[in-house]
Design a protein around this ligand. Structure first.
Ligand SMILES: [Zn+2]
Length: 523
């Protein structure tokens, strides 16, 4: 019951026309008003628990849990003003490479601090493991098949969808999006809607605009789309994307400089509250952490592999086979990028603290997707729904309303952040939002039994669903082949239990099919 190899699955999907119908039909789907599918009956484990010391503090390299005098004073002077909202997305960030999530050598003191001072969601899943689709889900509270953004750098947010920035702007907030990768530029996704300021900061941007392939991407795609061979369109998109990755990069210190400048100009006690989205790119390949972070795990490596885009593309296409030492070195470089980003995130928190803003700000940090390092014969991201690519960290901090040192064990999705923010700010949510606020679970008024985390791929070839029981069902949509894993007992998803658990498989399959309808994957 292995999943199909990438090439075999692509062939199957393309021949079957599934991708074609997805690409051509995506713009026609309506924001669904369908009732949320209900949970199968079963006994529930504890869904929310207080984090033990070993969950958080011991994994931190230098966790600091006490609020500063400055932030405490700021909280006291808050009055009736609505809180700021700060959403931070860190590209390509696997949950299991963070100290607070159990990786002892992570060097992630800032993320660990946030876990100690707020809520850590243990099983947070992105909705689609690619940058644009995942961010569009985050920023709309809707599944990709409903908000319209599935194909990277091609799809745009549907015009009738209200974005998170539009909702906050409508409520009188200042809104800004500051990001670190070109795919988030307005012409490639339409995510700028509702932002007063929307700016991308990328190294070597001038080189990007000399890339004629990219310049022509959208028009090429539209041209090809009118013909049948969708596979060519996908190749065109992928090829251009690869060329971009060779020449440019995003870096957190550059992004931070822009963020600090925006805060200096706009975030004052007497100004309107802000909704600010900050996107860091560093953990995405090329894995090239700055000096001081490039040997973060202390490996004695004498090989020649680097973490360049060329190297990663070659590995992902089976043109280069890394040795075990190469593999360890790539993970060290990736970890260096995470540690560096964490240090820059620390500077942003200090900036907020120094300005008396931190405790007045609802702060969430998450990843847009993870990264495969050879698990299930895959590398990088975008083509699998196993945990390395879809399980992301999700941390929430807001001392006035969000408890500290709490771990949510129920499934959480990227799309749940928008309704959670709106819940905390008292702003009315748009109708038909598909995400669900975390506040009832945190407040103990919901047992969370109906929560699921549903993930799809851009071509709809595979979907997965994680239930509160930590059962994860994966479906190959081409042939209804299923895989069932118990993720807490089998984190590597090696033991397919469909033959051992036929009743659970049957129940979850029915629920997964409901989720496919609810999310818009199936009509
Ligand atoms: Zn990404």
């Amino acid at each position: 019951m292995n999943v199909l190899s990438r090439r075999a699955f692509l062939a199957q999907v393309f021949v079957g026309g599934v991708l074609g119908s997805v690409l051509l039909g995506a713009c026609d789907s309506q924001a669904t008003a369908a009732a949320r599918p209900t949970a199968a009956s079963a006994t529930s484990p504890s869904l929310v628990r207080l984090a033990s010391v070993s969950d958080v503090a011991d994994n931190a390299t230098s966790a600091s849990v006490a609020p500063s005098a400055t932030t405490t004073k700021a909280a006291q002077s808050r009055g009736t003003r609505q809180p700021n909202v700060l959403l931070i997305t860190i590209d390509t960030l696997r949950a299991d490479r963070i100290g607070a999530y159990g990786f002892g050598s992570a060097h992630t003191p800032t993320l660990d601090r946030l876990a100690a001072e707020g809520v850590r969601c243990d099983y947070a899943m992105c909705q689609l493991p690619q940058t644009n689709a995942s961010h569009a889900a985050l920023l709309t509270g809707l599944y990709p098949s409903t908000n319209g953004v599935k194909v990277h750098m091609v799809d745009h947010v549907r015009s009738d969808v209200q974005t998170m920035a539009e909702v906050f702007k409508g409520a009188g907030y200042q809104t800004a999006g500051i990001y670190s990768w070109v795919s988030l530029d307005p012409q490639f996704c339409g995510l700028d809607r509702g932002f007063d300021a929307y700016h991308g900061y990328v190294l070597n941007r001038s080189l990007l605009f000399s890339n004629s392939n990219l310049e022509k991407l959208s028009s090429i795609y539209r041209q090809i789309k009118s013909d049948v061979p969708v596979v060519s369109a996908a190749d065109a998109a992928l090829g251009s994307s690869e060329q971009i990755e060779k020449t440019i990069d995003g870096r957190a210190d550059v992004t931070n400089a822009a963020v600090f400048d925006w805060l200096d100009k706009n975030a004052h006690p007497d100004s309107a509250p802000f909704f600010l989205w900050v996107h860091y790119f560093d953990p995405h390949y090329p894995y090239a952490p700055p000096e001081g972070y490039d040997h973060i795990l202390g490996l004695k490596y004498s090989g020649k592999i680097d973490g360049s885009a060329d190297t990663m593309h070659a590995i992902s296409k089976n043109q280069l086979n890394p040795t075990p030492d190469d593999h360890a070195r790539l993970l060290e470089l990736y970890q260096g990028e995470i540690a560096y980003t964490d240090s820059q995130l620390g500077l942003l928190l200090k900036k907020l603290e120094d300005g008396g803003l931190l405790d007045d700000t609802i702060l969430a940090v998450t990843g847009d997707h993870g990264e495969s390092f050879g698990e299930h014969d895959d590398w990088i991201h975008g083509l699998k729904v196993f945990e390395p690519e879809i399980r992301v960290p999700l941390l929430l901090r807001y001392p006035p309303r969000v408890p500290s040192r709490v771990v949510v064990e129920a499934p959480v999705q990227s799309i749940d952040l928008m309704p959670t923010f709106l819940d905390l700010t008292g702003i009315k949510a748009p109708a038909n939002l598909q995400g669900v606020s975390l506040m009832p679970v945190l407040g103990g008024t919901s047992d969370g039994k109906d929560r699921v985390a549903f993930t799809e791929l851009a071509d709809e070839s595979f979907v997965s669903m994680l239930t509160y029981q930590e059962w994860k069902l994966i479906r190959n949509n081409a042939n209804d082949e299923l895989q069932l894993y118990h993720v807490s007992a089998d984190a590597a998803e090696q033991k397919n239990l469909i033959d051992d658990q036929p009743k659970i498989t049957r129940e979850l399959r029915a629920r997964l099919l409901d989720m496919m309808k609810f999310s818009g994957v199936s009509k």
